[in-house]
Write a protein that binds this ligand. Structure first.
Ligand code: G3I
Length: 320
């Protein structure tokens, strides 16, 4: 009767959480994370990224990712795999390598093929391309875009489809939860991949949101439908809803309302398959280090006590 049990009763595949390898030495943390009633799915926060997996050319290290994959298997949890092609946490041998078009394509193809082959059969989803867009919906400047052009995206999906035919292939980005230029840009990417004859199964809406700025579940669901009308499924893949810290009790109430709005939006859209929060405790949230003075973004506080958001999520999923 936890967050994921309720999500499944509402017809979804999972409610889940990101985790990260350093936290797995905290046994109290692991106990809560391993409760599949609350978390039917986990995502490695860092250990499947390019700098972890292929720190130097053709030198692969899957140890960190294996730890998270094995934990999911042990707990009976689904695994979202994150991420293959991203401008960030990209080792400098790739970003500063000055490779020509053909060479960078082969490097990208090799990275995708080796990584997906290693984890084959374990990943429900793969975030194949992450954060390719600027806020105005144009392509973000990256070594992939500069060297290969927009074709790097359909090429990545084509290779991914061959490497693991059973994993659902996702494009994943932030600030696409509300209709607007960036969401439209993500829809353009879906159509681009399709126009190449490629397979894209889903769009991941990261959901790094702000208390009081989430909007209505109807507006969120309308935006989800703008994606699903293109023939893809959707998921909220990195949900957290931050506020200024220390959080007031009224902020925590608004946060509960905001979490419920996101859950309700996913609940009402049949093609929304699940929700992942970007870790479950404020203790290990990425927010305070990137946005000083902000945080308290997750349903459990840093002492592992449930906040109002927890029951709001349960209630929003309903009782089947
Ligand atoms: O591994 C080094 C370690 O050797 C070093 O001692 C330490 C000192 O700072 O840094 C460690 O690297 C950190 C890494 O996380 C692993 O802990 C980086 O500094 C830190 O920047 C990195 O942050 C991650 C961030 O992605 C990087 O962009 C966060 O943990 C991770 O939660 C976050 O996740 C991203 C998603 O992948 C994509 N969407 C946005 C989301 C939040 O930024």
């Amino acid at each position: 009767n936890g967050l994921s049990a309720r999500a499944k009763a509402a017809g979804k595949l999972y409610f889940g959480s990101a985790t990260d390898n350093p936290e797995l030495s905290d046994s109290a943390y692991v106990n809560i994370l391993s409760n599949s009633e609350d978390f039917g799915q986990i995502t490695p926060g860092n250990s499947m990224k390019w700098d972890s997996v292929e720190p130097s050319r053709d030198n692969f290290n899957f140890a960190g990712g294996d730890v998270v994959a094995n934990l999911a298997a042990q707990n009976g949890q689904l695994l979202r795999c994150h991420t293959l092609v991203w401008h960030s946490q990209l080792p400098s041998w790739v970003s500063d390598g000055n490779f020509d078009n053909a060479t960078l394509i082969s490097i990208m193809e090799n990275h995708i093929t080796q990584t997906m082959t290693h984890f084959k059969g374990k990943c429900l989803h793969w975030d194949v391309v992450n954060e390719a867009l600027n806020e105005d919906g144009t392509y973000r400047d990256s070594v992939f875009y500069r060297t290969i052009g927009e074709a790097y995206i359909p090429i990545a999906f084509k290779v991914a489809a061959a490497a693991d035919p059973d994993a659902k292939l996702y494009y994943n980005d932030y600030n696409i939860e509300h209709a607007g230029a960036k969401a439209t840009g993500a829809q353009r990417i879906v159509k681009l991949i399709q126009s190449y004859g490629g397979r894209i199964d889903g769009v991941g809406l990261q959901g790094h949101l702000i208390v009081g700025s989430v909007g209505s579940s109807a507006a969120l669901a309308g935006n989800l439908n703008d994606f699903t009308s293109l023939g893809v499924e959707v998921a909220y893949t990195e949900l957290d809803i931050r506020t200024t810290t220390p959080a007031s009790s009224s902020a925590l109430q608004q946060q509960a309302t905001d979490y419920a709005s996101v859950v309700s939006a996913c609940k009402t859209v049949p093609e929304c398959v699940g929700i992942t929060i970007w870790d479950w405790t404020d203790k290990y949230s990425w927010i305070p280090s990137v946005f000083p003075g902000e945080g308290a973004a997750l349903p459990w506080d840093e002492n592992y006590q449930k906040k109002p958001a927890y029951n709001a999520i349960l209630n929003a999923w309903g009782n089947g």
